[in-house]
Design a protein around this ligand. Structure first.
Ligand SMILES: [Zn+2]
Length: 98
């Protein structure tokens, strides 16, 4: 069985990722790019979060394109209404998301 290097618990019992996720203060905004394209910007993640993985999950659910750089996720299109629900489903804390 795999053991979590952070807490020493077997990985099925490990809550490290959950604890890290619930401590993030996330902001969801939109930005207008060149040529008037709208992107949804999700930021506030600290370095403990695998932002690329979060972005991948987001893109799968929303079936849109996007990028993850410098702990900021940009999704093509305005997804502000759905992004919060998806973040909560991924384990982030609803009260911490603006
Ligand atoms: Zn752990």
């Amino acid at each position: 069985m795999e053991i979590c290097p952070k807490c020493g618990l077997p990985t099925p019992a490990c809550v490290c990722e959950q604890i890290m996720k619930s401590s993030q203060r996330i902001r969801i905004t939109t930005d207008r790019k060149r040529y008037g394209k709208i992107v949804t910007v999700i930021k506030g993640f600290d370095s403990s979060i695998d932002v690329k993985k979060v972005a991948k999950d987001m893109k799968n659910v929303l079936a849109c394109g996007g990028t993850a750089n410098d702990n900021i996720i940009e999704l093509q299109g305005d997804h502000t209404k759905r992004v919060k629900d998806i973040l909560v489903k991924l384990g982030f804390e609803e009260e911490q998301i603006e």
